[in-house]
Design a protein around this ligand. Structure first.
Ligand SMILES: Nc1ncnc2c1ncn2[C@@H]1O[C@H](COP(=O)(O)OP(=O)(O)OP(=O)(O)O)[C@@H](O)[C@H]1O
Length: 305
C-alpha cells in the first residue's frame, strides 16, 4: 500500500506537486498518469525519500520510506536515469545492490531470469541497449522481492515484445498481491496495463478512478452522415448539445441519443446515411480530463481546444 497525504513540493516559485492525496492499493495495477511536467516523477522521488516534501508526506506499507530498515524488501523502484557503473556486468550490478540487503547470488540469478537478461548477465552494462538497461533497472526493483513496485515510465526504450513483457510482468506482480504503481504520460499504454488510474495535472489530483469507470463516465457522441448537414444542425441545436462538423457531410453530436437524432431528422424530412454511437476511447477521456492541466500545449492544439 502506498499513501500520499496532502503532498506539496515547491522548487522556488514553481509548485511541482500541489496538495496531492491518494492511496495505491495492493492487488491491482495502478497507473500514474499525467501530461509532461504534471509532477509524476517528483511525487515518486518524494515517495522514496530522494527529495524532501515542502509539506505533507508519503507512506509505503504504513511507514515513511526512510523509516523502513530494509527498504528494498518493501518497495522496488525504477526511476528514470538510474545510475549504473558502465564497466560492471548486469550480474555484478545486481550483486552489488543486493549486498546492501544480504541478498545473494541465488536471488540475483532468479531476477536475471525474470527480466530476461540471463544470457547477457556477464556483459558490461555500458554496452547495453536502452531496452536492456531498462530491464536491468526493473531487475533492481524486483531484487528484494518487494511488496510494492513503483516504475517510472517503464516502457521507455522497449521494443513491442519488451512492452508486452512489461504488461504481463505488472499483471503477474499485482496478481501476487503486490502494490503496483506505474507512471506514464501515455493513456494508450495505461489502458492496456492498468486497472485503476491516478491522474494528475499541474501537480494536482485530476482523477482517482477505476479504468472502467473512466470510460463509462465520458460523454459519448454519435456520428451522423447526411447530405443536409446545415438543416440537421438546425434541428439538433439546443442546450447541452455540442455539434462538430467533420466535413464531407459528417457531424459528431454530443448530448443527444441516436434515437433523439433519428427521430428529429425524420420529423424534419432529413435523410440520414449513417447514425453511429461512438465509444469514447480512453485516450479521449484522458484528453478531456487533462484539458486544463497541460503545462505546455502546442499552438495548433490550443486553437483546437
Ligand atoms: N529540481 C527541480 N527544480 C525545478 N523545477 C523542477 C524540478 N523538478 C521538477 N521541476 C518542475 O516541476 C514540474 C513537475 O515535474 P515532474 O518531472 O515531476 O513532472 P512529470 O509529470 O514527471 O513529467 P514528465 O512526464 O515530463 O517526466 C515541472 O514543471 C518541472 O519543470
Amino acid at each position: 500500500m502506498i499513501e500520499v497525504e496532502n503532498l506539496t513540493k515547491r522548487y522556488g516559485p514553481k509548485t511541482a506537486v500541489d496538495g496531492l492525496s491518494f492511496t495505491v492499493r495492493p492487488g491491482v495495477v495502478t497507473g500514474f498518469l499525467g501530461p509532461n511536467g504534471a509532477g509524476k516523477s517528483t511525487t515518486l522521488r518524494l515517495l522514496v525519500g530522494l527529495d524532501a516534501p515542502t509539506s505533507g508526506g508519503t507512506k509505503v506499507n504504513g511507514k515513511p520510506y526512510r523509516r523502513h530498515r530494509a527498504p528494498l524488501r518493501e518497495i522496488g523502484v525504477l526511476l528514470e536515469a538510474r545510475a549504473v557503473h558502465p564497466g560492471r556486468s548486469a550480474r555484478d550490478h545486481l550483486l552489488a545492490v543486493g549486498a546492501t540487503h544480504g541478498i545473494g547470488a541465488k536471488r540475483v540469478d532468479e531476477v536475471l531470469d525474470v527480466v530476461g537478461l540471463t544470457e547477457v548477465a556477464r556483459r558490461r552494462v555500458g554496452k547495453f541497449s536502452l531496452g536492456m538497461g531498462q530491464r536491468l533497472g526493473i531487475g533492481v526493483a524486483l531484487l528484494g522481492d518487494p511488496r510494492a513496485v513503483v516504475l517510472d515510465e517503464p516502457v521507455n526504450g522497449l521494443d513491442p515484445d519488451g512492452i508486452k513483457w512489461i504488461r504481463h510482468l505488472l499483471r503477474d506482480l499485482a496478481a501476487e498481491g503486490r502494490t503496483v504503481f506505474v507512471s506514464s504520460h501515455l493513456m494508450s499504454e495505461m489502458a492496456l496495463t492498468a486497472d485503476h488510474l491516478v491522474v494528475v495535472g499541474r501537480g494536482k489530483l485530476v482523477a482517482d478512478v477505476p479504468v472502467a469507470d473512466l470510460i463509462a463516465s465520458t460523454r459519448r457522441g454519435v456520428r451522423v452522415r447526411t447530405p443536409r448537414t446545415s438543416d440537421l444542425v438546425a434541428v439538433l441545436q439546443g442546450d447541452g448539445v455540442e455539434i462538430t462538423s467533420l466535413g464531407g457531410g459528417v457531424v459528431d453530436v454530443i448530448g443527444l441519443s441516436t434515437e433523439d437524432i433519428g427521430t428529429r431528422a425524420l420529423v424534419a424530412g432529413i435523410p440520414l446515411f449513417e447514425l453511429t454511437p461512438q465509444r469514447a476511447s480512453l485516450e479521449e477521456a484522458y484528453t478531456e480530463l487533462t484539458r486544463d492541466a497541460v503545462e505546455y500545449r502546442g499552438t495548433s492544439e490550443r486553437v483546437a481546444a
